[in-house]
Structure formats: C-alpha cells, structure tokens
Design a protein around this ligand. Structure first.
Ligand code: PLP
Length: 361
C-alpha cells in the first residue's frame, strides 16, 4: 500500500482509517451476501440493518428522544438551504438568519429567492466574518432562527449556541457535526453535509423534530418534502447507499472506539489547542479568526506573504501533509482537523511549521 498522507482537507475530508479498512475488507462480499453493499438492493435486509443502525447510533450518540427523525437526504447541505424555507416557514411569519460567512450567506439567498420575509438578525460581515456576533435581539414572531455552527472557510465557531426562546433553532452543522455533544432540545432541525465529519459527499444527515413536519406544505414537489423522507425512513427512492453505509461505520467508530462525543470533544479541544498555542507563540504565523470565536475544526492562518504561503503548502505536501491551502475565496492557509485527523497529524504539522519558520522567518 502507498503511504497515506496526513489529511487536512476541508471536505471531502479525512475518514477514520479503521472505517476505510472495514469497508475494504468487506467490499467484495458483504456479510456473506456474495456482493458488495453498493450492489445490494436498498430494500434488502442487509441495507435495512445498515440504515437502522445508523439512525439508532445517531440517536444514542446525541441523546435524541423519539421526538426526532433522523433522515438522509441527497443533495448535500446546499439542498437544505432551499428545503428549509420551503418546508418550515409558518405562513406570514418571517424567517430569521444569522450571517457568519459564505455558507450562511448562501442559506439566506435561497430563502430570498423563494420570496420569504427574510430578516438577518445579526451579521459579522462588517469585519469580513472573522468573529461570531454576540449581542443581538431574538424576534419572538419568527418561523425559525437559522445559524451556522462552524464556519468552515473563515475558521470561526459558536462556542455557545444562541438562545431563541420558543422559536425553533435551525442549524447548519456541516463542519462540526458529531465533534462535540450538545442539547438538541432547542432545535427544530439540524443538518450536516456528510463529507466533513461523518462520511462521503453527496448527502446530508437531517435531524428533524417531529412537530416541524406539521409545517410542510402540500403543494411542493414530493422529493423536496421532509415528510416524504420521514414517512419512508429516507427510502422513498433509492438513497445514497454508500454514504449511509460509511456513516454507519463512522458512528460505530465514534461510539465503540472513541467512546462517545464527550471524549471526541476532549480530543478535538486538545488537538486544536496544540495548533493554536503554537501559532500564538509565533511571530511568523498569524491566526485569522478572533480569539473568542476560533474553530476547533478549521484552523485558519496566514504567513508573512503569499509567496511564502504557496511554498509552505507545496513543501508541506512533499512532507506528507495535504490540504493546507486556504479556501479560494480567502487565500492563506487552513488546517481542517476534523474527528478523524489525529493528534499525531497535528504534531507532525506543528513540527513542520516550526522547521519552516526557522528556515524562512
Ligand atoms: C461544506 C459546507 C456546506 C456545503 O455542503 P455541500 O454538501 O457541498 O452542499 C454547507 N455548509 C457548511 C457549513 C459547510 O462546511
């Protein structure tokens, strides 16, 4: 086998090695079926067990009650930007959003396209989204309040979620889903594109509080209704079987190997601390997110100039560390350190950063 890199990609991103190995080992003959899981019918017992186990593990890991449906919906997180206002707006009630970056901006745009009464409650656009807004007033007459828990591109994250009273929170958790425990009760809906922390790309996991289904209008297309997915256990049509299978194995890894989300959070905090502490001690590297808004998942930083940044990224790859280039909209560097990127990857990166600084600083 060729050497695997330390993978700092933002998404699709690193998956746990034991999960990849399990997929490989079972690929040609899944549990004695004589076929791979992606060749089996989604109506078969084999696949039924996979999706049900994925749902059960999600509920256990997050401590969700039976008042939540766990759904898999094709189209990634971006389709959710459109489905949320389409399904979950209460007639004549505005929809509220907090704008903390590129992904929130896209979510807002999809609600505006549909002619919803969109209010942007708070925004950090004034300072190029480098912080998480703090002082804002929540409206009690909103259909919902939407926010993005982790801003993958700018490297900011909500340490504590906004409080919205009786208004259900809706959260895009694409890039920090399953990285820490949280209380799901204030949420009407939570969604995450699978490819950051729980699986391959192309689908989103959606946690929907069941009472939200009452809002789904009749006159929207079948495949765009949450009720379609809820009524058919995400199998109204052929689901993305491979995404769901991989997600199931990642959730099993989280439960059985890591030991749950509390432990995962402890590890994630430790990893991020090593990297931020190093950046803070250095005069050569400069973190780009406000200190109190820093993400534990995406660490964004700059070097003294763009030429050095380019060489840093290229030379890091030669040393076996991939994916360190910042998002094309922002430049700079970014180390995405999701659940599957272990402490040994962080240590290797910090060692390389120190060596590069010594040579070039
Ligand atoms: C990556 C990402 C998305 C987009 O996900 P797709 O599955 O590509 O649509 C949306 N929101 C956040 C926070 C992301 O990190």
């Amino acid at each position: 086998m060729g050497k695997r890199i330390y993978n700092f990609n933002a998404g699709p991103a690193a998956l746990p090695l034991p999960v990849l190995e399990e997929i490989r080992d079972n690929f040609l003959d899944y549990k004695g079926s004589g076929m791979s899981i992606i060749e089996a019918s989604h109506r078969s017992k084999w696949f039924d067990d996979v999706i049900n186990d994925a749902v059960d593990r999600t509920k256990r890991l997050l401590g969700l009650g039976d008042n939540f449906d766990v759904l898999f919906i094709q189209g990634g997180a971006s389709l959710q930007f459109c489905m949320i206002p389409m399904n979950l707006t209460i007639e004549d009630k505005p929809v509220d959003y907090i704008n903390t970056g590129t992904w929130s901006t896209k979510a807002i745009k999809e609600a505006q396209i549909q002619g919803k009464d969109v209010r942007v409650l708070a925004s950090s656009e004034d300072k190029d989204f480098y912080y998480i807004p703090k002082d804002f007033q929540v409206n009690e007459d909103a259909s919902y309040l939407h926010f993005t828990s982790n801003n993958t591109i700018k490297g900011t994250q909500w340490a504590k979620f906004p409080e919205s009273g009786d208004v259900p929170l809706i959260c895009d958790m694409s890039s920090d889903f399953m990285s820490r425990p949280f209380d799901a009760n204030p949420f009407g809906m939570i969604y995450a594109g699978a490819q950051k922390n729980i699986g391959p790309s192309g689908s989103a996991m959606v946690l929907l509080r069941k009472d939200m289904l009452d809002r789904v209008p009749d006159n929207i297309p079948t495949m765009l209704k949450y009720s379609t997915f809820a009524e058919k256990n995400s199998m109204f049509n052929t689901p993305s079987c491979f995404v769901i299978y991989t997600t199931q194995l990642v959730l099993k890894w989280l439960e059985e190997t890591i030991g749950g989300l509390k432990e995962m959070e402890r590890m994630n905090k430790e990893k991020a601390k090593v990297l931020y502490d190093f950046i803070d001690r250095s005069d050569f590297y400069r973190g780009t997110a406000a200190n109190d808004s820093r993400s534990l998942m995406n660490v964004t930083f700059r070097l003294p100039d763009e030429d050095l940044e380019k060489r840093f990224v290229d030379e890091a790859l030669k040393e076996g560390m991939g994916g360190l280039k910042g998002h094309r909209s922002l430049g700079g560097c970014r180390a995405s350190i999701y659940n599957a990127t272990g402490m040994e990857a962080i240590k290797a990166l910090v060692e390389f950063m120190a060596e590069f600084e010594k040579r070039e600083g």
